[in-house]
Structure formats: C-alpha cells, structure tokens
Design a protein around this ligand. Structure first.
Ligand SMILES: [Zn+2]
Length: 177
C-alpha cells in the first residue's frame, strides 16, 4: 500500500506582528528545506490533478501532493520559484471573486490583511505550469449557505476561474480543510 502525503500550505514567510494563528505561516527557508528534503527522499511533488492517477492507484510512484490555499501573493512570489527549482508542480486553490484583494473572510479574526494574487498573477501561476483549483467565490461558511448560494460559490467559482485562465478547472478545495 502506497501512502501519498498531501502537503497543505497557506502563507509563506514570517507571520506579521500581531497576526493570530501563526502556524498558518511557514518560513521561506523552511519551505525550501521541505521541498529539498522531498526530492532527496525520492519524492516528486505534484499538483492534485497530476497526482490523481497515483491517488486512484492507477500509477505507482513516490509522489507528494503540494497545495496552497486561498491564492496568496506569497504563493506566487515565494513558493513558485522553489517548486520550479525542483521540477515539481503544485495546486493553488483560488477564491475567484477575491483576486487582487485580501482575505476579507478572516482578516479580523486573524488580525492580518494578506494580499491575494491579482487575476494577472493567477494567470502567471498557471502559465508557469502550476494548477489553479477552485476554492469558492468569496470563502463563505458553506454549511450555512442556501442552495442558490452554494451553486454560485461552488459551481460558479469554477467557471470564473476557467474564464480567467482559459483552461478547465477540475479541482475544488472545501474551505477549512
Ligand atoms: Zn481557504
């Protein structure tokens, strides 16, 4: 039986002064070491789509899935160069109606406004060979959404992103894991 690790990152860098839930941050140096270690251990880091044949047991191999939640600017600026250095790919789950804005869904709770990738930056991530996955339109609390809200948040976040990157979006990440 082959176990496939799924690595889930949020922010890369040093947590800003006063930020809560500081374990959402992984320092840039630590991230670089983690990716290097994966490669040294013989793992190939893959996006969720690229890893699907392995997850379904159709293909064997030592792979790890690399994911980033929410679409923060530091995913593009800090993670991307490292992921590429090792010849890995990764999935970033983007909140489709918040591109170029900030984490308004938890900025108060976390006491930090974190910049999100702009539309152009999401395209840049995809053009670099990385995957864009959907993560709702506005990051609402899905269990309390009406059916119509769910349709907009879940289904339309996919079409929003497909319009943006002109590529099918096949992955969705439920918020908060
Ligand atoms: Zn999220």
């Amino acid at each position: 039986m082959n176990t496939i690790p799924i690595l889930m990152y949020h922010n890369l860098g040093h947590p800003p002064q006063g930020a809560k839930l500081r374990n959402l941050y992984v320092r840039a140096g630590a991230f670089a070491r983690q990716m290097r270690l994966l490669r040294l251990l013989g793992f190939k880091g893959l996006s969720m789509s690229a890893a699907m044949p392995y997850l379904r047991g159709e293909t064997a191999g030592r792979v790890a899935v690399i994911t980033f939640d929410d679409g923060y600017l530091d995913t593009l600026e800090t993670a991307l160069p490292v992921v590429r250095t090792h010849g890995f790919s990764a999935t970033c789950y983007v909140v489709s109606r918040r591109t170029g804005q900030y984490n308004d869904w938890d900025a108060v709770a976390l006491n930090v406004r974190k910049p999100l990738m702009s539309a152009a930056q999401v395209r840049e991530w995809q053009a670099a060979g990385m995957e864009v996955g959907a993560h709702s339109r506005t990051h609402p609390h899905l269990p309390t959404c009406t059916d119509a809200e769910l349709q907009a948040e879940v289904a339309s976040s996919k079409t929003d992103l497909e319009d943006l990157i002109e590529t099918p979006v096949t992955q969705f990440c439920y918020r908060y894991g």
